[in-house]
Design a protein around this ligand. Structure first.
Ligand SMILES: Cc1ncc(C[n+]2csc(CCOP(=O)(O)OP(=O)(O)O)c2C)c(N)n1
Ligand SMILES: [Mg+2]
Length: 306
């Protein structure tokens, strides 16, 4: 990946983490751990890989993203706001009755949300339906589904996986955010699901291992997925839950809890410091400028020629 693009994407990811934290603190509730782990995956999808147009969120030929691990809206909403679907100010109404930024994604009220999710296991099933519809309608759009590694303990995920292989949905890419933790402990303790690669292979999926915090590696993996024909692809993305906040990393206690004032001050400083560093390295003055850089680089245009 070209250095300027990498640095600009790193800035977007840093900003998503910072905005996710602000939302959870302001609302005094929300799922921060899995929002921090998925931030890089969403960055590469929304700012690099997906063909979308925030001016026209319902465009029939757009790529679709289903956040099947729907509890991590703080990262999704931050990505959508930065990408231009709605003003950043709306993030202040996260989980507030005065707005539409509900704790789980709402496709009716939030522009850019392709599927309402939150009941784990259901999002991937909807994504399979969208991909199948694309095949039947002879459309070129791609469908992306992002799952948690706790989520895949739901039996419904494997029914969806079987159907995706049966219908040879090579227009579907699933990403599993493998952070090793779910709501109250490690996935290995709650319900061991490894070896994940062998399971998906046995379900006739193409499997790619990737570092879920390496933006260039993620870009490559998504390109490999798009080049694979005749079967769906899953990216097993190794991540750290709570990534970017020292005292939240690898701690299941931060799955769905808001920081108190002192904790927020520390987290905010760490995340904003990262934003400052990335802003310097990317040599831009603000995220708006960064978006312009990405546009200049030929990213984020309607044709998605990136
Ligand atoms: C069907 C269903 N059962 C239980 C829950 C409650 N719940 C919310 S998040 C979560 C754990 C998810 O863990 P994981 O998928 O690993 O998410 P991440 O670590 O990325 O936050 C659970 C059990 C739910 N949302 N849906
Ligand atoms: Mg997890």
């Amino acid at each position: 990946m070209e250095a300027r693009k990498l640095h600009t994407l790193e800035l977007a990811a840093a900003k998503i983490r910072s905005l996710a934290m602000d939302q959870v603190y302001t609302a005094a509730s929300g799922h921060i751990g899995g929002s921090l782990s998925v931030a890089d995956i969403l960055t590469v999808l929304y700012f690099d890989v997906m063909k979308v147009d925030p001016e026209n969120p319902q465009a029939p030929d757009r790529d679709r993203l289903v956040l099947s691990k729907g509890h991590t809206t703080p990262a999704l909403y931050a990505a959508l706001a930065l990408r231009g679907y709605f003003p950043k100010e709306e993030l202040k109404l996260f989980r507030s009755i005065r707005g539409h930024m509900s704790g789980h994604p709402d496709m009716v009220h939030v522009p850019g949300v392709d599927m309402s999710t939150g009941s784990l296991g259901q999002g991937i099933s909807a994504a399979v339906g969208m991909a199948l519809a694309g095949k039947i309608d002879r459309k070129d759009y791609r469908v992306y589904a992002v799952l948690g590694d706790g989520e895949i303990e739901e039996g419904q995920v494997w029914e969806a996986a079987m159907a995706a292989a049966k219908y040879r949905l090579d227009n579907l890419t699933a990403v599993v955010d493998v952070n090793g933790l779910q709501i109250d402990g490690s996935t290995a303790d709650v319900m061991p699901s490894e070896p994940l690669d062998k399971k998906f292979e046995a379900f006739n999926w193409n499997v790619i291992h990737v570092d879920g915090h390496d933006l260039a590696a993620l870009e490559d993996a998504f390109a490999q997925a798009a080049a694979c024909t005749g079967k769906p692809t899953v990216l097993l993305a190794g991540t750290v839950k709570g990534k970017g906040v020292s005292f939240m990393e690898n701690d299941a206690g931060w799955h769905g809890k808001a920081p108190n004032e002192e904790q927020y001050a520390v987290a905010r400083e760490e995340l904003r410091n990262r934003v400052r560093i990335c802003t310097d390295v990317a040599a831009v003055d603000s995220m708006d400028d960064a978006v312009e850089v990405l546009e200049e680089l030929g990213l984020m245009d309607e044709e998605g020629e990136n």
